[in-house]
Design a protein around this ligand. Structure first.
Ligand SMILES: Nc1ncnc2c1ncn2[C@@H]1O[C@H](COP(=O)(O)OP(=O)(O)O)[C@@H](O)[C@H]1O
Ligand SMILES: [Mg+2]
Length: 587
């Protein structure tokens, strides 16, 4: 497993524009190609139309003012109004179409990334803070949406505009066109250099923002611990630090971004002077094609030429930004799902409940084995208890049965099938886990009980709660089974949360049951009641029970003392007590 990235550590920054990511994006756009082509066509029309106005202006200056031709003036003004209206209409049309396209594409990407998140193995979530995963689904995808709805469209418009303007300028006066080009080239070089710097700063900013979100999320989730440890002011300082790094980064960007205007302005002025100088020279030389109207039209064209060019520079910078976002988004979408169904995976049905750990070795981090040559064979219907010091690997042993992680050596088998050959769905359907830290979702108690079997009726859920003796406390709540729980079930006691999760597994009634310290927070009185329920529940089922309280495990068919990367002691309660070893010492 890779080292966990944290909130004070920037995620790696991509510097290059990676065309592969764009090819990937194309596959998302392909289904909308008709809209795309229509938009392109509309943009082509609008950029040509926009260039006619300077020509009309030229006619007004050169002809109307000279001949005082009122009829022609009226016609030209009419034409200009028509052109403006057409441009506005087309702009509105292609903006809305492109917006629709962009958001449709993004919606699909969002779905894909969410779907992927649900598929990814635990290892992926172990590798970075939750906040950094969240920003991928929210912020980064938003930036992509922006890019597709605005920038792609603009890039195409600008390129078209530049091509058409160049054509118009060349046909009016090649000499003046040359002046425009000479001015614009050094300007572009400067602007591009500036953009390159800004682009890099943006990538850093993104990493800093991601750190901030990670810290924020951690703070919200750990709120109670933070308060009880009086960490608020210390955490505030950390936040100020993480946040200041973002602000500083913004400032760096801002200062450079504002240089763009003066650079363009400067060159525009130089260019205008050049235009007038060149025109004057041509007129003095007796060039009959040169006149005031042409010069005015040209300065309009110069704006229409340099404007899109500087905007393209902005887009190129955005492109670099978006590629690194794409990189992160696709890093999630493409992350290998190491734990997935094989193409010929078996569906596990009619489980007898034989569970074998065939000489397995497992590590979370390469080279640091948690279990080594762990060999365990459980017959159908047996109850196995696991005890041992904290951190010995009890949870790890049972995580391997449901394939939360895969072993590196050996294999785990159910009814003789390697768990890796089974469909995950059928495996997790047949093996019910009650985890050490039960998680409740926002919603009613009854829906939380129903979580693993959505089709269960209310009566079945209530019966499950009754079996596990959770009914008394639930019924005492103001809205009973319909009481709405807050996120993570806050508002309930830890024991109550455990009881609700317990009801979940009773309802699911899987043939293999795993209870990881499932009753640790439940009082001894209730535990005794549960004990009886457990016996009924576990009858004929294979069960793995991790527990500290020995009353829960006394009746197990076999007790394993997990220590030193394996089974240190194994036997029934009586056998182990007689042995007077590690287990005996617990009593
Ligand atoms: N997701 C994980 N990534 C890395 N190490 C882990 C992870 N989960 C547990 N460990 C390590 O594995 C060892 C066994 O943990 P665990 O099986 O949870 O112990 P326990 O016996 O208390 O249930 C511990 O040393 C723990 O630090
Ligand atoms: Mg544990």
């Amino acid at each position: 497993m890779a080292k966990r990235n944290t909130y004070f550590e920037d995620e790696k920054i991509e510097k290059k524009i990676d065309l592969k990511q764009f090819a990937r994006i194309l596959s998302y756009i392909l289904p909308y190609k008709k809209i795309f082509i229509l938009v392109l066509f509309l943009m082509g029309v609008s950029s040509v139309i926009g260039l006619i106005s300077p020509l009309l202006l030229r006619t007004i200056i050169n002809r109307v003012t000279v001949d005082a031709d009122m009829r022609m003036l009226g016609m030209i003004i009419g034409a200009m109004a028509f052109i403006a209206l057409t441009e506005i209409t087309i702009t509105y049309l292609h903006q809305t179409l492109m917006g629709k396209l962009g958001h449709s594409v993004i919606a699909v990407i969002r779905q894909d990334i969410f779907y992927k998140l649900q598929e990814l193995p635990f290892e992926y979530f172990d590798s970075k803070p939750d906040g950094k995963i969240v920003v991928r689904v929210t912020d980064y995808v938003n930036d992509l949406a922006n890019f597709f709805t605005n920038f792609v469209l603009m890039l195409i418009t600008y390129v078209l505009k530049i091509a058409v303007v160049t054509f118009f300028m060349l046909s009016l006066s090649p000499q003046l066109t040359l002046v425009v080009f000479i001015t614009v080239v050094p300007m572009m070089i400067l602007v591009l250099m500036l953009r390159k710097v800004i682009g890099k700063l943006f990538a850093k900013l993104r990493a800093k923002n991601s750190n901030r979100t990670a810290f924020l999320l951690e703070t919200i989730m750990g709120e109670k611990i933070i308060k009880s440890n009086n960490r608020s002011s210390l955490n505030h300082d950390i936040y100020v630090d993480v946040h200041t790094q973002c602000v500083d980064q913004w400032f760096q960007i801002f200062m450079r971004n504002e240089l763009n205007g003066p650079i363009v302005e400067l060159f525009w002025n130089i260019g205008t002077l050049g235009l007038y100088g060149m025109a004057l020279m041509l007129i003095l030389k007796g060039n009959s094609l040169m006149n005031a109207g042409t010069v005015v039209a040209f300065s309009a064209y110069m704006t229409q030429f340099s404007g899109p060019l500087t905007q393209i520079a902005v887009i190129i910078q955005q492109l670099a930004q978006v590629t690194s976002n794409l990189e992160q988004v696709f890093d999630t979408i493409n992350a290998p799902v190491d734990i997935a169904d094989e193409s010929d995976a078996l569906t596990l049905s009619d489980v007898k409940g034989k569970v074998d750990f065939n000489d397995i070795t497992f590590c979370y981090e390469e080279g640091v084995p948690i279990l080594e040559h762990f060999d365990l064979h459980v017959q159908p219907g047996q109850t196995i208890a696991l005890v041992g010091p904290t951190g010995a690997g009890k949870t790890t042993v049972i995580n391997l049965i449901t394939r939360f992680y895969d072993v590196q050596e050996g294999n785990v088998a159910i009814d003789g099938h390697d768990v890796r050959d089974l469909t995950l769905k059928s495996l997790r359907n047949k093996v019910g886990v009650l985890m050490q830290d039960p998680f409740l979702f926002k919603g009613s108690i009854i829906d939380n009980i129903r979580y693993g079997r959505p089709e269960a009726t209310d009566e079945e859920c209530i019966e499950a709660a009754r079996i596990i003796h959770a009914d008394k406390f639930i019924e005492s709540l103001p809205d009973g089974y319909n009481t709405l729980l807050e996120e993570r079930g806050s508002g309930l006691s830890a024991g109550q949360r455990q009881l609700i999760s317990f009801a979940r597994i009773v309802l699911k009634n899987p043939p293999v049951v795993i209870l990881d310290e499932a009753t640790s927070a439940i009082d001894t009185e209730t535990e005794k009641l549960i004990q009886e329920a457990l016996e009924t529940l576990l009858k004929g089922k294979t069960a793995f029970i991790v527990a500290h309280r020995l009353s829960t495990i006394r009746n197990a068919d076999r007790i394993l003392y997990i220590a030193d990367k394996g089974i240190a002691e194994s036997g029934t309660h009586e056998e182990l007590m007689a042995k007077k070893g590690l287990y005996y010492a617990l009593n």
